[in-house]
Design a protein around this ligand. Structure first.
Ligand code: NAG
Ligand code: NAG
Ligand code: NAG
Ligand code: NAG
Ligand code: NAG
Ligand code: NAG
Ligand code: NAG
Ligand code: NAG
Length: 501
């Protein structure tokens, strides 16, 4: 009896990918939505996804992005590194979004490269990085290493009238629902890939739908859904950010009717576009079941960053340090993950790469990542590991060198000034925060690189909506400790980013 039991134990401890089916490595699917919040009800419309992934596996109730903007966040997902290490600062080519330096540097050792070495069959479809496929970013001919099948959107999210790079060749699409709706096209191509795969090797799919990003183009059959839904009015909705950094002191408060109508309509259309993503998840799970791979496949569902609609009187966007923008949905099902788990351990988008590589059987000490595998959190029978008690969130503000012609009074340095000339970003909306989250403490400490060296501190235990900046009240010893921790994290690299002291 001892023999088989020892063997079983070895299999469990050494090789998560072999656990499910007697030696065959596990497949992995990563679905990355665009701008989907979790804090303001972003998952509510996705009933099938919650049932098929969340209820069938683990829901991480404390999942965060380390930077609340598409291109830097996606670069963190791909590399497992903080922005100060992958050096993608914003959504522009000059800020390294899909730039030549990104391509020759961090992208060349992104996690798909390692999966490919292990003979995973890899497939990508959807939005990649905001500047992908543009002139100056290698055009559609650039296929990042590690990918066997490549269907990437040129530029930022769109639902119709877009261009794809299909394995390096340009493919233009119009606006017929049946042949062009991007979310459905991603679904269809991934189903075909699964049909055509070779059963000898495991597969990895990364599906990156445009939803629920603007321009919120809804599939025809869903245009009448949620007609009575409005953005939630509780928490920090339309509260004046009077004790916050300067950008949060400028919005019109209370918000004008025009802003309210605009954000309610955006909120509703976001939910409607997500219904097509919900269909994607259902069809994928059905296909995996029919090809008998469901029990041997990990499915991750998450988003690049959160979103806000009216919080602190900011109409719509992301880019802020508050919970609504930095929290993201994260659900995972797969071998060794018990159903219906709600997990409290904080996990980050930089943890996706090491977790996926851990599942694949890659030796993590040979990979340069700042994040850590959370396989131990969701499948303790497969891995031992400890949760991190705190982490870094860092953001470099975007601006325009000239003033916005539609808001000439505002002057240069700002961006995203719509509607009603309320700006969502500026060069000096540049900040770094330590977020502490463990059994004892739920705190956030942030420093701005602006002319006021502004500091914001929140006690999320007593103030979950971050209504009161307690910087002037809190014990100075706590401020000092948080400041020291921030300095260390801002220059951390690899192991030192995981140092819990
Ligand atoms: C872009 O990345 C390169 C290294 O890949 C780095 O040297 C450069 O400073 C980065 N640019 C910015 C604006 O951070
Ligand atoms: C797609 O482009 C065509 C031609 O420019 C235009 O008429 C149509 O309105 C566009 N469709 C969408 C959904 O933007
Ligand atoms: C996706 O496949 C379905 C079912 O075959 C089809 O009805 C739909 O038109 C396809 N959509 C796209 C965008 O390819
Ligand atoms: C993993 O890699 C590290 C560093 O390259 C090496 O020291 C270690 O022996 C490897 N572990 C296994 C199990 O191969
Ligand atoms: C976890 O650690 C304990 C104690 O060291 C050990 O007995 C157990 O086998 C480990 N489990 C896994 C899955 O690594
Ligand atoms: C992006 O970052 C680069 C390098 O710091 C900067 O020159 C550029 O102005 C930034 N883009 C925006 C829109 O802020
Ligand atoms: C931030 O930048 C804007 C635009 O340049 C400027 O108006 C504002 O005074 C600056 N605020 C701080 C605190 O640096
Ligand atoms: C945060 O609030 C909780 C609950 O009111 C309190 O017990 C704790 O001491 C506070 N922490 C700090 C650092 O103020």
């Amino acid at each position: 009896m001892a023999g088989p039991r020892l063997l079983a134990l070895l299999l469990l401890t050494c090789c998560a990918r072999c656990a499910a089916s007697g030696g065959k490595p596990s497949n992995i699917i990563l679905i990355l939505a665009d701008d989907q919040d979790v804090y303001l009800g972003g998952m509510t419309p996705m009933k099938k996804t919650k049932a098929l992934i969340g209820d069938a596996g683990a829901t991480f109730v404390n999942a965060f992005t380390v930077t609340p903007l598409c291109c830097p966040s996606r670069s963190s997902v791909l590399t497992g590194r903080y922005p100060h290490n992958h050096e993608v600062r914003n959504n522009s080519l000059s800020g390294n979004c899909s730039s030549a330096l990104w391509q020759s540097g961090p992208e060349a050792s992104a996690f798909p490269v390692y999966l490919s070495k292990l003979k995973y069959q890899t497939f990508f479809a959807g939005k990649y990085l905001n500047q992908y496929g543009k002139k100056g970013a290698g055009d559609v001919g650039h296929i990042p290493p590690g990918w066997d099948q490549w269907n990437a959107l040129v530029g930022n999210s769109q639902y119709y009238n877009y261009t794809l790079s299909v394995n390096g060749k340009e493919q233009k699409h119009g606006d017929s629902y049946e042949s062009d709706y991007l979310t459905d096209l991603i679904t269809n191509r991934s189903l075909h890939f699964l049909e055509d795969r070779s059963p000898q090797h495991p597969f990895f799919l990364m599906l990156s739908p445009p939803a629920p990003h603007s321009p919120w183009t809804v599939a025809p059959q869903y245009q009448k859904e949620f007609s009575a839904v409005k953005a939630p009015r509780d928490g920090s909705f339309d509260k004046h950010g009077k004790d916050k950094h300067w950008l949060l002191r400028q919005p019109v408060n209370p918000m004008p009717e025009s802003s309210l109508n605009y954000l309610d309509s955006a909120y509703r259309k976001r939910w409607q576009t997500l219904l097509s993503v919900d269909d994607m998840v259902e069809l994928l799970v059905k296909k995996l079941d029919s090809i008998k791979e469901l029990d041997n496949t990990y499915i991750f569902y998450t988003s690049d960053n959160g979103y806000h609609t009216g919080q602190f009187s900011l109409p719509i966007d992301k880019r802020q340090l508050y919970e609504f923008d930095i929290r993201v949905p994260l659900m995972v099902r797969g071998p060794g993950i018990k159903p219906n788990q709600k997990l409290q351990a904080p996990v980050l988008n930089i943890d996706l790469a090491p977790t996926i590589l851990d599942i694949s059987g890659t030796n993590l000490s040979s990979v340069n990542v700042d994040g850590q595998s959370f396989l131990s959190q969701m499948a303790p029978s497969l891995r031992n590991g400890t949760a991190r008690p705190f982490f870094l969130v860092e953001y470099t503000g975007e601006g325009h060198p000239t003033s916005d012609p539609s808001c000439p009074k505002l002057g240069p340095g700002l961006s995203e000034c719509f509607p009603d000339c309320v700006c969502e970003d500026a060069y000096n909306n540049t900040y770094a925060c330590v977020r502490t989250l463990n059994g004892q403490n739920n705190l956030q400490y942030c420093e701005f690189a602006d002319s006021e060296s502004f500091v914001e501190v929140y006690n999320l235990t007593s103030d979950p909506h971050q209504l009161e900046n307690i910087v002037k009240k809190v014990d100075p010893a706590i401020l000092q400790a948080m400041n020291q921790r921030l300095i260390k994290l801002q220059s951390c690299q690899g192991v030192s980013c995981r140092d819990n002291k």
